[in-house]
Design a protein around this ligand. Structure first.
Ligand code: FAQ
Length: 337
């Protein structure tokens, strides 16, 4: 039940051979390819290849699930925020994440998959969500570190999606990225406050949080390019604009400079600028840990999915009441006496 590693895309019907296409379909596909090649956008009602549609539903629904599950590690700290200002900021941030999930579910619904189907795939363990949200938030410094590193990584990955070839996804991402940018800055600012004005214990707490979140954050970009089965086709279709490794490299370069401003060290002794690559070299990423977490066996997978399933079950009466209310309103009004 807790694995995130199952297929939600369905299989091609028949004997596994490519379906035979009609001349009309081939013409539609040529038109679609030409639009993609010229950097154009595809709208919900436009013709699209079935694999393009499925790839988008997979990516957008996983992205939506990540936003929704991603509320849990931070929601855990709303009641324990150290000041009213920090509580208000954290509340707003978590609320933004709920909104992002909803825009993304709506974008995915334009492709013909219902939100109920997507939520069911999450709750039954058939759908993935970002590996990063399966790690625990142990101290207040984790809130700043999530903003700085996790939202920082999310923005690096998501800004290019504002130019995704599927227009409803691209439009949703424009607003999401604006909000993510605030999220990243509030996290950085919270850490900077602790590093510049905090006690030695608070500074140590920041360093400890950075040590724990660094490697999972750079894993967020997904497996290395040579082990990323979806990248080539997604880049060909303009769904992804940069490869997993390219985005990871850009993120590491930015984070190294930001860490200097904060006065924290990054837990990788092999981090070193490479003049030839114009990027930092870094130590080996533990991909076995990544696949373990993606496969359902991270530190908090069970807790996260359990919390989502419970929220869904506890909310059943609200859905029932809303449906009953809608049915009542749809009834013809009684004739006036
Ligand atoms: N976790 O072939 P690729 C956020 C899976 S939002 C789990 O490279 P693709 C905001 C991948 O799905 C964070 N699974 O796949 C926030 C595929 O499996 P599948 C989420 C992962 O799709 C901040 C398999 O591995 N952002 O943080 C992960 O081309 C703070 C092979 O991988 C998005 O979803 C992973 N990290 O590239 C909220 C952005 N990486 O589906 C709260 C949109 C890979 O074939 C607090 N998504 N996998 O069974 C994307 O850009 C892409 O989907 C990638 C993966 C880059 C994530």
């Amino acid at each position: 039940m807790y694995t995130q590693a199952m297929d939600t895309m369905g299989k091609e019907p028949g004997d596994g051979k490519k379906p035979v296409r009609s001349a009309e379909e081939m013409q539609l596909e040529q038109r679609f390819d030409a639009r993609i090649d010229e950097g154009g956008f595809i709208e919900a009602k436009d013709w699209m290849p079935e694999h393009y549609r499925k790839t988008l539903v997979r990516q957008i629904s996983q992205h939506a699930h990540s936003e929704i599950v991603g509320m849990l590690p931070e929601g855990n700290w709303i009641t324990r925020a150290p000041t009213l200002k920090r509580k208000a900021i954290l509340l707003a941030k978590v609320q933004d994440e709920a909104g992002h999930g909803l825009y993304l579910y709506s974008a995915a619904e334009t492709l013909g998959t219902s939100r109920d189907q997507m939520v069911d795939a999450l709750h039954s363990g058939r759908a993935k969500y970002s590996s990063i949200f399966n790690y625990p938030t142990l101290t207040w410094a984790d809130m700043g570190t999530i903003g700085w590193l996790v939202d920082g990584a999310a923005i690096m990955n998501q800004v290019p999606i504002c130019r995704c070839s599927y227009a409803p996804y691209a439009r949703a991402m424009i607003r999401i990225c604006r909000e993510e940018s605030f999220h990243q800055r509030q996290g950085f600012e919270a850490l900077l406050t602790m590093m510049q004005h905090g006690t030695e214990a608070q500074k140590a707490m920041v360093q400890d949080a950075v040590n724990r979140w660094w490697w999972p954050s750079i894993m967020m970009f997904g497996p290395p390019d040579d082990q990323s089965p979806n990248s080539a086709q997604s880049m060909r279709w303009g769904i992804k604009r940069f490869s997993n490794d390219d985005l990871r490299a850009k993120f590491i370069d930015a984070a190294v400079e930001q860490a200097k401003v904060l006065g924290v060290s990054l837990p990788d002794p092999e981090l070193k600028w490479n003049e030839e690559r114009q990027h930092h070299d870094h130590g080996a990423i533990d991909w076995s840990e990544f696949w373990r977490v993606v496969g359902g066996d991270g530190p908090c997978n069970r807790e996260r999915l359990g919390a989502r399933v419970k929220a869904w079950e506890d909310g059943a009466w609200v859905r029932d009441a809303a449906l009953a209310h809608a049915a009542k309103r749809a009834e013809p009004a009684p004739l006036a006496a």
